[in-house]
Design a protein around this ligand. Structure first.
Ligand SMILES: Nc1nc2c(c(CN[C@H]3C=C[C@H](O)[C@@H]3O)cn2[C@@H]2O[C@H](COP(=O)(O)O)[C@@H](O)[C@H]2O)c(=O)[nH]1
Length: 306
């Protein structure tokens, strides 16, 4: 994940609309260093888990669709995680590779028991087809085979996913530089690690390589904590709930500065507490704070990546 770290740091050094405030980081670290908040994976109790390959298939489908809920104000991540779980409990072949290649928009809606079109529904369906097709072509139809071929390396897993599945190639070009985020690929590795508690399909010797997942919730939490500072123009765009285009400087800076800030927080926290802290752990804490705050104003970008 070095390319994610390095390219995000480059954006943070050259940014025009978002700044990472080191005194803000110090304040947060001072507050939490004595007892570092630990949030348990699936604290909500919404995910499917059977300790086997079907869970891996579920998590891969989940993270294929884990983006852009906000255009429908009643829809959120929980609906997706729970809806897919219910679908699998009703029919354990619902995510077989051949079935994934055939879903239509209305069928996906029905699967999730959502009464109206999903945001970016056509893209969601296209990505499911892509995943079904490539799983069948290269991994005997099973996401578990994909995971098994990574030799307990999260870095290898992310790179294999981005090589095989174009829909996971989450990157941007910023001021002429290529910037990598790989949000859904990284969160898949982290979901495996969390669900299987670091064992079996969730065992990764390099889980510390994973960065935070640059979504639309964590940047807003970091801003509230005083870790990120926005230009007045950017702040008013977000307050007005106006859209920010995918690939704009503003959007790339919000995501990259969040990655950079969490890396800095992690480094400082490790020094001050004397314990190794993982970016995935900080991410889950920050995300859970964000989704429990109904008044949180986040940036709005139509994107298939987060
Ligand atoms: N950084 C980060 N972003 C995350 C997650 C998760 C869920 N992780 C699960 C794993 C274990 C836990 O028990 C969680 O349930 C979703 N998201 C992102 O949030 C947004 C959805 O927001 P809203 O519309 O309000 O539901 C959307 O971009 C989605 O991609 C995370 O962990 N970290």
């Amino acid at each position: 994940m070095e390319e994610v770290r390095q390219s995000s740091a480059w954006v943070a050094r050259n940014s025009s609309h978002v700044t990472v405030d080191s005194s803000g980081i110090e304040k947060v670290v001072e507050k939490i260093k004595e007892s570092i908040p630990k949030v348990e994976w699936d604290y909500e109790g919404i995910h499917y888990f059977d300790n086997g390959p079907l869970t891996v298939q579920y998590l891969f489908v989940l993270d294929t669709l884990n983006f852009c809920f906000w255009p429908d104000k009643d829809l959120n991540y929980d609906h997706l995680a729970k809806g897919l779980k219910e679908a699998l409990l009703n029919d354990n072949s619902a995510f077989d590779a051949d079935r994934l290649q055939k879903y239509t928009g209305p069928q996906l809606r029905e699967l999730l028991k959502w009464p109206r079109p999903l945001p970016l529904e056509e893209e969601r369906v296209r990505l499911l087809h892509e995943v079904g097709f490539e799983l069948e072509r290269s991994f005997e139809g099973m996401a578990s085979k994909l995971v098994e071929s990574c030799g307990k390396s999260a870095v290898k897993l992310v790179s294999l996913i981005t090589r095989h599945f174009p829909g996971f190639r989450d990157h941007s070009v910023y001021k002429g530089h290529q910037v990598f985020f790989y949000k859904r690929a990284q969160i898949f590795a982290s979901d495996l690690w969390g669900a299987f508690k670091g064992q079996g399909y969730g065992e990764f010797n390099d889980i510390s390589s994973i960065t935070m997942f640059a979504d639309y919730i964590v940047p807003a939490v970091l801003q509230q904590l005083g870790v990120l500072k926005y230009s007045s123009t950017l702040a008013s765009i977000i307050e007005a709930s106006s859209e920010i285009g995918a690939g704009t400087e503003e959007e790339v800076e919000l995501r990259a500065c969040s990655i950079y800030a969490v890396e800095k927080m992690r480094e400082l926290l490790s020094i001050k507490s004397g314990k190794q802290v993982l970016s995935v752990e900080l991410d889950l804490w920050l995300w859970s704070v964000g989704v429990q705050c109904p008044s949180l104003q986040h940036h709005r970008t139509l994107s298939i990546y987060y």
